[in-house]
Design a protein around this ligand. Sequence first.
Ligand code: ADP
Length: 436
Amino acid sequence: MRNPHPATGQLVDQVVEMKRMLGQLARLVEISLTLNSTLDPDRLLNFIIDTGTDILECEGVSVLLYNEKTGELRFAASTGSDPEELAKIPVPLDSSIAGAIFQQDRPEIINEMESNPQHFQEVGKKTQFITRNLVGVPMKIGDRTIGVLEGVNKRHGEFGKEDVDILSVIASQAAVAINNARLLQSLQTAYNELAQSDKKKSDFIAIASHELRIPLNTVLGYAEFLREDAPPELADYAERLSKAALQLRSLVDDMTNLNLLEGGSQEFQPARQPIQRIVAEAYSETQTAAREKGHQLNIRLPKEPLDVNADGEKLKRVFLNILNNATRFTPNGGAINIAVTTHPDGVLTAIQDTGIGIPKEELERIFEQFYQVEGHMTRAYGGMGLGLAIARGIVLLHGGRIWAESDGPDKGSVFYVILPLADAKKATGALLGGNL
Ligand code: ADP
């Protein structure tokens, strides 16, 4: 058998080397894909150190992350030595190799560790791990360095430029992935805190409205009693007392209603009935308030009964809230017109006033909880900004929709409510969202 030509041997070596490099490249692509699709911080860190150890062919890889509060680096994950022990050791920026890599923002290869003056002995002492050689690179996101990625103890030979290149690729991908995972985690924490404070708010409203209701009913009872029996000069005071207490109770009712609607625990007892009856009741109950402000309150109802499947008390609250607003937001001597008509989607109730109107950009927002066009601080019109949020909640519960239109300030407003007819084929809820 003839000896192979020396050039052939070289070629074989080159092919083997190329194959190795290709394998590494494939590994890097795989790493990049995994890093981009993992958002769990622990899994992410473990993946970085495991694959790093594998690809660098070394005894251990560590991720050290910078802690802005303490100004130190901390081991977030590591292979090769006791990770829990390592995590406890703060690594100072000024007297460690990782600190130098972080501060100077450049890679480092050290193949004689013991003689290196910057070697931070503390780690070796605490973990009984002997570091012979090391390669480290900064982990960066744009201009910001968030930590250091280190490999220690190359299994065969020493660390070289190629190891720096590979580690740099992993580090840049890892930095972005760690940052994303951290962002997600802080988002989740913020969300949990928000949910907790929302629950506290709901609990507070539930307790406060319950506790307010009891003394309020006592005040109302006595005020009524006084009104009936008091001499005429005192009857007026009793009447005012009674009105103030009723107003307070309506606010407490709003708070309770909102809480129930939000929690989805609002009891809903629909019964087939003509919408005319519900609208007419709301009209009657608004008459006194309208008269006091010198408003003309008009109602136009179709003769033919238009049946809806409705919880009468709740649906009446919708029209009462709209009418109450129309009365309050219309200067004395205005007109409020209620009209009920049929509509392709069911039955349409329109409540139009000649009041202060609503700017176009506010027409949606007024249905949000606690939202008031004039702001809570001016208190010119009072209220809590809950009436329309409750109205919308109840209308949606009935499978209908509600919206407002206005030509702008001082041009009056119209509030529309569409509800499905009881015998319509459409299922409840089919009308959710969208306008006419
Ligand atoms: P509140 O009346 O307690 O403030 P609402 O939720 O009932 O709360 O109404 C929210 C806001 O919508 C009101 O503060 C007001 O700015 C505006 N608004 C509601 N109805 C009218 C109306 N008929 N005319 C003008 N603005 C209105």
